[in-house]
Design a binder for this molecule. Sequence first.
Ligand SMILES: [Zn+2]
Length: 304
Amino acid sequence: MFYKLLCEPADLSLLKSLNSRMNLPLKEKQNFLNLKKGYEGEQLFASMLENQSGNWIVLHDLLLECSNNQFQIDFLLLSQKTVYLFEVKTFEGDYYIENDNWYIASTEIKDPLLQLKRSKSLLRRLLQELGSTLVVEAYLVFVNPEFTLYQAPRNQSIIFPTQLNRFLQKLKLIPCTLNQKHTALAEKLVERRLHKSQYERVLTYEYDHLEKGIVCTSCEAFMSLEGNEIICGSCGCKEDVDSAIIRNVSEFNLLFPDMRITTNHIQDWCQVIPSKKTIRRVLMRDFVRLGHGKSSHFVYAIKK
Ligand SMILES: [Zn+2]
């Protein structure tokens, strides 16, 4: 099973970091919570797919283009004869459908079936262009057990939380032998992947206005140094100093790609590591040093 690992989208990482370090404007806060919820839903679905571990190729988070139309796919599962497209939804609460329109608490929302239909049709065209004859099946997957849809149509493209396990078990029973053609198709799709434009920086933030320190990955509280470990006073989470430094260099670099990675900057960013020697040792070991003396700074090594 060729599996492009699920990794946190950059715009989510960015908003998560800013959320701990400043008061996000309401709109951005909402955007952050939506992205977080969406990603949690995808993680859940990914783990269910992994548990079934069929002989498939699974691709995650593909932004593709066909005839000048961009479309986004949450999960693509390549089996012997069929390509399954999954759009994962984390809707929560009571929704209803009236005259083909979708509502929650009297507010109309975008019809997710229309969106699915569009992606399916564009994917079918793209596969034709790539010379594949595989059939496309598309599904809307609702992963949140707290979701209800009144007046739900008996639409075969919708998978409710109560049906998900059975659906995947059935899928696993379909004989599946993959060959070179399948792998080549997966590779072509990954090659065709467009890179999301970085999070639009409508949101402005400045280094001096952000709270500095090491943020706990579990509970998002600020951590402190105790002995050789970084400890979260709030949830008890522990992290060794080296890994906390590496993680914070990456966060610093994501938020401020134009600022140089230097021992002083990282020390100021982390706040709780008094020893410059320690920071320097980690930077020397895991990064590439450019320049000498006062102008020296570090960059990420290009991994081969
Ligand atoms: Zn914590």
